[in-house]
Design a protein around this ligand. Sequence first.
Ligand SMILES: NC(=O)c1ccc[n+]([C@@H]2O[C@H](COP(=O)([O-])OP(=O)(O)OC[C@H]3O[C@@H](n4cnc5c(N)ncnc54)[C@H](OP(=O)(O)O)[C@@H]3O)[C@@H](O)[C@H]2O)c1
Length: 244
Amino acid sequence: MTKNTLIVGASGGIGRAVLENIKQSKKQEDVIYVASRKHLSIEDDSVISKQLDYSERSIKSLVSQIDNDKIKLDEVYICTGVLHDFEQQLSTLKPEKRLEDINVEAFERYFHINTIIPSLWLKYLVNTVSKNGSTIGIISARVGSISDNRLGGWYGYRSSKAALNMVIKTAAVEYARRASKTCLISYHPGTVDTGLSKPFQANVKPEKLFTAEFTAERFVNVCRTSNPEQSPRYVDYDGNAIPW
Ligand SMILES: NC(=O)c1ccc[n+]([C@@H]2O[C@H](COP(=O)([O-])OP(=O)(O)OC[C@H]3O[C@@H](n4cnc5c(N)ncnc54)[C@H](OP(=O)(O)O)[C@@H]3O)[C@@H](O)[C@H]2O)c1
């Protein structure tokens, strides 16, 4: 059976590794759509790469292209998200340590990137996922758990991931009616050695700092072993449930 996949955020540490993982197991007739803000040159005819800015118009346009190609998606991996922008010369996004650090513009950016963009994918994909069974895995984070919050801090990131979880839970109710064989997954990858976690790795034990390749393998495996009856799942890299 053919397996059609969409990977969003394919230039990022985890997104790129998910693409490599999917490519390894793909059959000739399978189609992989890849979305990124960057232009990616991928030498593989069955990979359709689309550069987009994650505006609503660009998301709608890519999903329309998939519809026009008469493709239904079996697996979707949404790997976008932001914690800081330290790589930029004029960095404005920094996880808050205390209430006084809360900044309106930064808070809005966290919500736009971490909550609103994945919500738009859920909005446009509802009629494009396969009705025979499909999975949409969205990378959230354990810090988005309201009941698991002991450490505090990171107001914007934490809240944007908690809001993302709420969107996933709410969308699951509607997907159960409109695309009943779809499993929605809010996924925690652990601490992964990518640009996002780089500035915060100092206190992470080496065995708890995962490679992107290991992470992709676990993420794909959790998505492939989930079923619609479990939707929505909030799970970690071991497949263990996280309390919402
Ligand atoms: N690394 C960790 O330890 C860790 C832990 C828990 C959760 N996560 C989550 O895992 C996901 C992937 O993170 P990563 O570790 O792979 O980080 P990464 O290497 O920094 O990749 C982040 C991705 O997000 C997209 N992105 C970055 N800035 C953006 C912006 N301003 N607007 C729209 N999209 C933007 C990029 O997509 P393009 O391809 O479009 O450029 C990029 O692929 C995120 O949701 C993150 O919160 C990561």
